[in-house]
Design a protein around this ligand. Structure first.
Ligand SMILES: Cc1ncc(COP(=O)(O)O)c(C=O)c1O
Length: 394
């Protein structure tokens, strides 16, 4: 029989929409439904909605309104940053400006885009390795920069293992060599402050559904003056950088969610940290030989506890947790069947016994201590059972 519990520990995948976010969005479907590009009063009301949202996000990041671009999702923000910058550079300077640097543990929205640009579009791409905690080495980054380098794209925090990258130092290296720096901040948007007037970062991607906003909208901050060739051509929306009728309700939802997150940042982070540390301490104590923490022990997202389990199939683990009422995710690319080893866990140097057994638990505002206690309590039994099955060849 299915367990009656509903414990959601997958906030790194998505979050519920905050009631105040929903409330702010509703009028833009039913009352202020005009197309913001239309010149009549209905259009102007909608335009006010999206432009106020843009201003609010910009203000929270010490940015200018024209530096905020609304897109359709976090992946699109990443795609626009990489392709937009690299294509614009190629048009300007040809092969003299052709080189892009990423890390090997970027989300596929960056990594696959970079690989496509290398293999199918003729760009030159360096993929940097990471250390056993998942951080790039700054000396390797600096050594990889060449006269043709246009852009460095390194994530602010990893989606699977939660490791934070030293983005301030990366940005300083980029500035020193007059190279642009994009960071995919989709996991960390709402757990840190963004002051673009002080941060040496030129492009930043956010996805509001990771911080109690709606799915279907992304944000790209692009510093004033950066040339971006649009990936989506058509109308002149978003200053000609992203065509398509603006999704006013979602932009309003994005700004409301971001403002709430910034207002409540310290309280939320304190809550997350307490639960995350309870999870990490409890799991490692319960299974000292079969469980390791993945990612950085201290430089990690406040809401991310990620592990690898010895000789365990991550898909089976997720299924057993789901049956026990706990929603989580693993690093595996496949949802069913025999999971491929996690490329991120392999990049950390973990061996075959561990790389199929990744587990990511990401806590949120609604989670409580008793849910964490329950999760820790059920794990050793599940792990022992899965190891037995694996040993028996099932
Ligand atoms: C680090 C990172 N980058 C990019 C994405 C893609 O975002 P979306 O699925 O909203 O397009 C995600 C989503 O999980 C992510 O965690």
């Amino acid at each position: 029989m299915r367990n009656k519990r509903h414990i959601y520990l997958d906030h790194g995948a998505s979050t519920p929409v905050h009631p105040r976010v929903l409330e702010a969005m509703l009028p833009y479907w039913t009352e202020a439904y005009g197309n913001p590009s239309s010149s009549h009063q209905f259009g102007r009301t909608a335009e006010n909605g999206i432009e106020n949202a843009r201003h609010e996000i910009a203000e929270r990041m010490s940015a200018k309104a024209n530096e905020i671009i609304f897109t359709g999702c976090g992946s699109e923000s990443d795609n626009l940053a990489l392709r937009g910058v690299m294509w614009a550079a190629r048009l300007r300077a040809g092969a003299a400006q052709n080189h892009l640097i990423v890390s090997e543990i970027e989300h596929s929205a960056v990594l696959k885009t970079a690989v496509q640009m290398r293999d199918q579009l003729g760009f030159d791409v360096t993929i940097l390795p990471v250390d056993s905690f998942g951080q790039i080495r700054l000396a390797e980054l600096e050594a990889a920069i060449r006269p043709e380098t246009v852009l460095i794209s390194i994530m602010a925090a990893n989606n699977e293992i939660g490791t934070l990258q030293p983005i301030m130092e990366i940005g300083e290296i980029a500035r020193k060599h007059q190279v642009l720096f994009h960071t995919d901040a989709i996991q960390s948007a709402a757990v840190m402050r963004w002051n673009t007037s002080e941060m040496p970062i030129d492009l930043i991607s956010f996805a509001p559904h990771k911080f109690y906003g709606p799915k279907g909208v992304g944000i790209l901050y692009a510093r004033d003056g950066i040339e971006l060739l649009s990936n989506l051509t058509g109308g002149g929306q978003e200053n000609g950088r992203r065509a398509g009728t603006s999704n006013v309700a979602f932009a309003v939802g994005a700004s409301t969610a971001f403002s709430l997150a910034m207002d409540e940042l310290e309280d939320r982070n304190a809550h997350y940290r307490q639960l995350r540390d309870q999870l990490i301490g409890g799991m490692l104590a319960a299974m000292p030989h079969d469980c390791v923490l993945t990612g950085h022990p201290t430089e990690r997202l406040p809401h991310n506890a990620s592990f690898a389990f010895r000789n365990v199939n991550g898909n089976d683990l997720l299924m057993h947790l789901d049956l026990a009422g706990v929603a989580a995710s693993s690093g595996s690319a496949c949802k069913v069947g025999d999971p491929k080893p996690s490329a991120t866990l392999a990049s950390l140097g973990l061996g075959d016994a561990w790389t199929r057994g990744g587990l990511r638990l990401t806590v949120g505002q609604q989670n409580q201590t008793d849910e964490i206690e329950y999760t820790i309590e059920i794990m050793p039994k599940i792990i022992a059972k899965l190891q037995q099955l694996q040993a028996a060849g099932n």
